[in-house]
Design a protein around this ligand. Sequence first.
Ligand SMILES: [Zn+2]
Length: 262
Amino acid sequence: MIDSHCHLDLACFTDDLDAVIHRANERGVTRFLIPGIEPSHWLRQLQILNTFPQVDIAFGYHPYFLPHALCTSDIPKMIEHLAHWLERHPPLAVGEIGLDRTLSHPLAIQECIFVEQVKLAKTYSLPLVVHHRKSHDRLLGLLRQHQFDHGGVVHAFSGNSDIARAYIDLGFKLGVGGTITYPRGKKTLNSLLEVGIEHLVLETDSPDMPMSGRQGQRNMPEYLPDVLSVLSEALQMSPNVIEAQTDANYSATFLEPRRTAM
Ligand SMILES: [Zn+2]
C-alpha cells in the first residue's frame, strides 16, 4: 500500500521518523511520497530520501507556505531556484502546488506562481501534486490553458463526479484520504466510487486530516488502512484488489514516467 501524500519532513516527525516508518511498514504501507512545501524543507526531504529507500519526493512551493507579502517581482527568482533543484536532484513530481481561496495571499499571485510551476513541470516532463481548496474552476482552467499533459494527483480530492472526470480527462488521478472515513465525506466518497478505483490513489496527508476516531491526534501513514477499509466496504470489493489497483495507479503516475525518461 502506498501513501501518496504525507508530510514526513515536518518537525513533528523529526524525533521518531524511524518508528513512524517502521510501524507503517508493519501495517503494509511500504512506500511514501513526501510533497515539497518550500525551499528550507527540500533539503530535509533529500536527507529522508537518502535514509529511507521507500521514500519518494516532489519539490514545489505550497500556497500555504508562500512568503508573507509575496510580490510578483519575487517569483522569477523563486522559480529559478526551484528549477535548480529539479535539475540537481530530480524528484518524481512538481508539488505540492495549487490554489487555495481560504488563504490571505491574493488569488492572482497564487495563480502566477502556480502557472510558473506548471511550466517548469512541462519543461522537465514531470507530473504534478495539486492542492485545491475552493479553486477547481481556476485550476482546471489554468491546466487546460497551459495544455499540461504530464498528469499527476489532485491531492485530497473533494467535489462532484463532473469535476472528478474533468481532472481525469486531463490525465490526473484523485487522492483519497481521511475525509471518506467521516459521515460528512459521503458525497466525496460517492463521486470517487462513480469514477472508479482505476483513477484513485491513497493518501493520509499526515500529520493533517486525521481519520475518523483519531481527531486531535497526529495523523500517520500507519492509519492508511482505515481509508482502504472504507473503500473496500463501500465497493464490496476485496482490500487486496483496491490496494493493487491504487498502487499500480501510483506507479503509472510517478514511477513509470521516470523510468522511461532514464
Ligand atoms: Zn499536503
